[in-house]
Design a protein around this ligand. Sequence first.
Ligand code: CO8
Length: 372
Amino acid sequence: MQKAAISGSGVFTPSQVITNDELVVAFNAYADRQNAIHADAIAAGTMAAIPHSSAEFIKSASGIDQRHVLDKSGVLDPDRMYPRLATRDDDAPSQMAEMALAACKDALAQAGVAAGDIDAVICAASNHERAYPAIAIEIQQLLGTSGFAFDMNVACSSATFGIQAATDMIRAGSIRRAIVVNPEICSAHLEWRDRDCHFIFGDVCTAVVIEASDLATGPKFVIESTRCATEFSNNIRNNDGFLRRTRDAMDDRRDMQFVQNGRKVFKEVLPMVSNHIAAHMADEGVGADDLKRLWLHQANKSMNDFIGKKVLGRVPDPTEQPNILQDYANTSSAGSIIAFSKYSNDLVPGDKGLICSFGAGYSVGSVLLTRA
Ligand code: CO8
């Protein structure tokens, strides 16, 4: 069977950064204003005061120092607390397509592939800014790729599931080359007014070029195998959607943004991911000592430390399991691909590595690679 290979990757990083300190100042100003507005109810005991957030808590609970966002002014405005992204005309590039173009161009340049030689564009992300036409088809037009394009969403596992879809099409012979692109505008579906989660996410876009292995003549990562798994859970959920206007009084409901039970997610996803990776490696005859690198989903440093230790049977050194979440926070499906893109060039032919995503669904996806 034809093997597929990743021959290029790209990362578009928004220029605006919010540090933990800046985030906490804005959140605490918002909390103070709300508490002043509701002072009587709080004094009467009919309403709880909103407690302050703390940069120390954020760092120790998550490992995050800062996040990149498309618009920090709206997020840090205590009277607003969400990004300000201007409405665009229908004939201007959409927000997601614009980010995608930047990441795709870098990935294509690294692969040495012309856009016209791409047969499929998969725009795989946790949310899409419109229902239709597919963002992927707009990206196809803006890039000038051939063939077809479609959107898909498996939350934090969108990228790895997209890689599996593209790889399977190459294996089956229906396409020769694909680009999988992950524009994640997490700032727009994060509830910045909730201290339990306001620090978790950032914005970014990643892309990978996947080719039939014999077409990729430069440095590449051969995709040995992929594995995807899902298991339904309400512990990470967002109830926004196209039925919103058909239902009464949904406009400012908390569940119109990201909601999670972080403790439960932590407890339930860790064994699911560790077992998934262990089974994938065992089926491929790959032992812990054969693995040079783990590019894990970037949600929480303690989670990654735990998974790395479980998979390798020892504490991985930082070069074996690179984290980028201190700089980017959780960027949903893009996190493991940022880690791959930034920390893979030093591997030498024959070295093996594994990309693994996990998140809402629950969903977990792993991609086993060999440097060639
Ligand atoms: N400042 C100060 N104190 C705080 C804060 C804060 N900001 N937040 C919470 N606290 C307090 C709590 O109130 C609590 O106090 P008490 O003990 O008095 O009740 C205490 O700190 C401890 O709180 P937690 O139990 O919540 O803290 P944890 O140690 O569990 O850490 C985490 C919270 C970091 C959220 C942790 O649980 C975690 O990382 N869990 C895993 C989460 C995860 O991986 N989720 C994946 C979601 S991503 C995904 O699937 C993609 C979805 C689509 C993208 C969405 C884009 C927006």
